[in-house]
Design a protein around this ligand. Structure first.
Ligand code: NAP
Ligand code: MG
Length: 491
């Protein structure tokens, strides 16, 4: 059934080179000469060395992006569209290579890299390629016949994208696509744990003919490269996806030149199963809502609320399905759960598991890390969790589910909404009115009804509360990468 996918020769060749920064169309070492290892989380072993960019490299990249901006903003939209489609074509042509790099760098299972992540990333690039030719202004019916008043939508200038490691490719294209489509130039600072696909995207962008300096990649650390990008006086916008804590720091650092900031942050998303739902389907959805990507998912359904009458059935289904999930390295096609991203992340998640046990929650299944190499742990489920327990309140970002019992709808909504986060929510019910009522009242940027974890480039995504502000995807993100200018003409 399962087989080990051999490493693609192109991927091996890529790993054999030392990786540099893409600045102004050139691959260059960090000015300081510093490098760092990126590891395979399934083995803990280094994959390759990557340049560690810092302030000096960000300065160079911003100068290159600024220099490239006027020509890129002025290029005919149809030409920009063709270049972005060419970029997507090349991603498609190198699909299995991109998927392998992501599996090796992040640890995720092959199927979710190849069938989900890379496809979604390509779909996003194509969707935004289309937006190049669809950005329009408006005319305004002012209260005087003596004027013609209209608006034009213009790019912001130089943008910075700072991305996390959990869906590195998608997080990158979600920002590259709209930024470039609107006529901005961009500097991408990928997560230190997963820099490889960002670098490969840089190579493909150059090959596609995207002009030098339009798309730059500066790998390195958040505290140096990321902080320098965020504070840079000549950067007009930062699009950030990551933790709430770093999001807060980004707002502070961006204040100097009042740059635009959009923030996609953490979550502690509730999934509510009512007793009239299709219970086997709901339980299966709840299983994947938390364990997909080993729980390292911003929209992970980490708080499961189950109505009294079906509580035992759902808990039993989860308790038998979770330990049966196949844990292993991502290039094994039978693997369902990969490792966590790093030793630090594994320690962090285990710290929460210990806190859960200490706080008196009932460990239903899992709770241990696996012996041997790599950062593996068991899928873990807690019941009998107090609403204010640490594991019920904080984002764990690992394969740890807390299950709660509820009695009626208003109680479920109140408890689901009692979180500082508000990224996503799920509702399972056959009652149509209740579904729509909850869709209105749940505190979240996205509500899934009788399903979970669906995305499409056309559908806006983002959070409320401490899950961030601004929206990515859809038409709405184009507003986040443009300014609207009003023009008054006296007739
Ligand atoms: P993170 O620690 O916040 O890091 C995200 C990015 O910010 C990384 O590239 C990081 O660089 C950089 N960074 C760190 N400190 C910085 C600073 N002072 N200034 C500028 N940049 C800085 O988050 P993570 O651990 O990679 O990812 C997990 C978090 O992301 C979770 O909270 C998850 O919920 C959230 N997330 C949200 C969404 C969403 O769409 N809402 C999607 C995915 C993930 P280094 O890699 O060098 O630290
Ligand atoms: Mg890695």
């Amino acid at each position: 059934m399962s087989e080990l996918i051999p490493i693609h020769p192109e991927v091996q060749a890529f790993l054999n080179r030392e990786q540099k920064l893409l600045i102004g169309g050139q691959w260059v070492a960090a000015a300081s000469g510093a490098t760092f290892d990126t590891l395979n989380p399934a083995t803990g072993q280094p994959l390759t060395r990557v340049a560690a960019g810092d302030q000096a490299d960000i300065d160079r990249a911003v100068r290159a992006a600024r220099a490239a901006f006027p020509a890129w903003a002025a290029i005919m939209p149809a030409q920009r569209e063709r270049l972005l489609h060419k970029f997507a074509d090349l991603m498609e042509a190198h699909k299995s290579e991109l998927a392998q790099l992501e599996v090796l760098d992040n640890g995720k299972p092959w199927g979710s890299a190849y069938n989900v992540e890379v496809n979604v990333a390509i779909g996003q690039m194509r969707y935004y390629a289309g937006w190049c030719t669809k950005l329009t202004g408006e005319t305004y019916p002012v209260s005087s016949p003596d004027f013609h008043v209209y608006s034009i939508r213009q790019p912001l200038g130089v943008c910075g994208a700072i991305t996390p490691w959990n869906y590195s490719l998608v997080m990158a294209t979600q920002k590259i696509g709209p930024a470039l489509a609107a006529g901005n130039t961009l500097i991408l600072k990928p997560a230190e744990q997963t820099p490889l696909t960002a670098i490969r995207l840089g190579e493909l962008a150059l090959e596609a003919g995207i002009p030098e300096g339009v798309f730059n990649v500066v790998t390195g650390f958040g505290e140096t490269a990321g902080a320098a990008l965020t504070a840079h006086p000549d950067v007009d916008k930062i699009a950030f996806t990551g933790s709430t804590e770093v999001g807060r720091r980004i707002i502070g650092a961006s204040a100097g030149n009042l740059k635009h900031v959009s923030l996609e942050l953490g979550g502690k998303s509730p999934l509510i199963i009512f007793d009239d739902a299709d219970i086997p389907a709901a339980a299966n959805a709840a299983l994947w809502a938390i364990f997909a990507n080993s729980g390292q998912n911003c929209v992970a359904g980490s708080r499961l609320y189950v109505q009294d009458r079906v509580y035992d059935a759902v808990q039993d289904a989860l308790a038998s399905a979770a330990p049966a999930l196949k844990i292993g390295q991502g290039l094994d096609t039978g693997t369902q759960l990969g490792p966590l991203i790093s030793q630090t992340q594994l320690d962090r998640v285990m710290h929460y598991v210990d806190a859960g046990v200490r706080d008196g929650a009932a460990l239903i299944t899992g709770g241990a890390k696996l012996d041997g190499a790599g950062y593996f742990m068991q899928p873990t489920i807690f019941g009998n969790v107090a609403d204010d327990a640490l594991i019920a309140a904080e984002e764990i970002f690992g394969p740890v589910l807390t299950v709660f019992r509820f009695n009626d709808e208003s109680e479920a909504v109140a408890r689901a909404n009692s979180s500082k986060f508000g990224l996503a929510a799920g509702v399972w019910t056959r009652d149509l009115s209740r579904a729509h009522r909850l869709a209105r009242t749940l505190n979240a940027g996205v509500v899934w009804v009788n399903t979970y974890d669906w995305f499409d480039p056309s559908v806006p995504f983002g959070g409320v509360g401490q899950s961030g502000y601004g929206r990515e995807l859809g038409r709405q993100v184009m507003e986040m990468y443009t300014e609207l200018k009003s023009v008054w003409v006296k007739l």
